[in-house]
Design a protein around this ligand. Structure first.
Ligand SMILES: Nc1ncnc2c1ncn2[C@@H]1O[C@H](COP(=O)(O)OP(=O)(O)OP(=O)(O)O)[C@@H](O)[C@H]1O
Ligand SMILES: CC(=O)N[C@H]1[C@@H]2OC[C@@H](O2)[C@@H](O)[C@@H]1O[C@H](C)C(=O)O
Length: 368
């Protein structure tokens, strides 16, 4: 019987995240009772090979069929490889790879079989974190907010702060740590801000065969096209009241807005689009946060960080400034959420996903 089910037990959990930028699998150990963070453990990263990444890319938008199956096998093999390097986890939180996300339509689809991983690793696995939330009327995303609340408590925040994740898609969590728990009404507000790095990555892959604008060097030599930026901000998504979420490719057509621009101007404009969507989203925060703590790969881009600093009305800093690891925060989040699921605790609430009631999303698969 999994010790995690004992209410007060601290569990050594391993979280695994394969995000929308499709670059690889992040894995991190977290010690937690599902409420309080007791400690952070080792972490690892397993990049997808170019041919694996191409298969994952081709599977985006496929809810099932051969493309989705091929993606699932890659996701399972990559996770097995990296998770096998850890031998003392009592529980694994396995997010899988999102191929499609349409919470108000067909649902949400993360591929990778958690039961197969539980068997291969001889360890219980929590997976399929998003379906229960969507079934109860929620967006199914973002799910990291309850962990963000625990992080704010962990570093001793006393006033509201915001966590901003800049991966393929951007998401913001406003946290009031003076409230007792994440479940307390008014403690959290969360939503996807807009596209973050994915559209620029896709543009540069098409035009230059490179995966990203390393260090923002291409954008640094460009000029922002204000007309394209204004057209982007006129998208209906930005007028929607949160909670709200996005699929990776919901803004794929924004490449059209920059298609006549040079690589440098297009990169500068797309970087500005990311920053401007965050600035627009900040207006939804119940009170201005004391600071915005940036996590995810976008914090490695100084041009993006500078644009955020200029356009937000509060200090902006990477999460490392409060002792957290911005490359592993999402993996740690799914370790945390796995423990909550095992203990029957909720993982989302009306103000994080728009779900009708507190819901604990996830399937617990024990090895047979
Ligand atoms: N040194 C860097 N310079 C510029 N951009 C970077 C750098 N490092 C990472 N990035 C950007 O961050 C992306 C990866 O971010 P991250 O790993 O947080 O995404 P993800 O977790 O896959 O996405 P999501 O959070 O949407 O699921 C890269 O694809 C790239 O666009
Ligand atoms: C459907 C889906 O996979 N959404 C991801 C994606 O990547 C960032 C943003 O969009 C966020 O909503 C979510 O991931 C993070 C880990 C979350 O659920 O908090």
């Amino acid at each position: 019987m999994l010790q995690a089910r004992e209410v007060n037990a601290c569990v050594r959990a391993l979280g695994a995240m394969s995000g929308t930028s499709l670059d690889g699998v992040d894995v991190a150990v977290l010690d937690t009772d599902g409420r309080v963070i007791h400690g952070f453990g080792p972490s690892a990263y397993r990049a997808y090979l170019p041919e694996e990444q191409a298969t994952l890319m081709a599977a985006l938008g496929h809810w099932n069929g051969p493309e989705a199956d091929a993606a699932a096998r890659i996701v399972e093999a990559a996770h097995l490889e990296v998770l096998s390097g850890f031998d003392d986890a009592e529980l694994i939180g396995f997010h899988g790879q999102t191929l499609a996300h349409e919470p108000r339509g067909r649902g949400t689809c993360q591929v990778g079989d958690g039961q197969a991983l539980a068997e291969a690793l001889h360890t219980p696995v929590v997976w399929d974190f998003r379906s229960a939330d969507v079934a109860l009327g929620g967006e199914g995303a973002p799910l990291a907010p309850f962990f963000h609340f625990a992080c704010a408590k962990w570093f001793g925040a006393k006033k509201p702060v915001a966590f901003l994740n800049l991966g393929g898609v951007g998401n913001l969590t406003w946290v009031d740590p003076s409230k007792d728990t994440a479940e307390t009404p008014g403690a959290l507000l969360a939503f996807d801000t807009g596209p973050a790095n994915a559209p620029l990555n896709d543009l540069l892959r098409q035009r230059r065969g490179v995966a990203l604008d390393e260090g923002g060097k291409i954008a640094a030599n460009g000029t922002v096209a204000t007309g394209a930026l204004e057209l982007f901000l006129a998208e209906a998504y930005f007028g929607r009241i949160p909670p709200k979420s996005l699929d990776r490719n919901d803004f794929a057509e924004m490449i059209e807005l920059v298609h006549e621009l040079s690589d440098e101007d297009a990169a500068a404009t797309m970087t500005a689009m990311c920053a401007a969507s965050v600035a627009q989203g900040m207006g939804h925060c119940p009170t201005p946060p004391e600071q915005v703590l940036v996590t995810g790969g976008g914090r490695h881009n100084p041009v993006l960080m500078q644009m955020l600093s200029v356009s937000l009305e509060c200090p902006v800093a990477p999460v490392e400034s409060v002792g957290l690891d911005g490359d592993m925060l999402e993996a740690q989040a799914f370790a945390y959420l796995a423990v909550r699921v095992a203990k029957g605790l909720p993982t989302s609430c009306p103000t994080t996903t728009g779900v009708l009631a507190l819901v604990g999303g996830g399937t617990l698969s024990e090895p047979t």
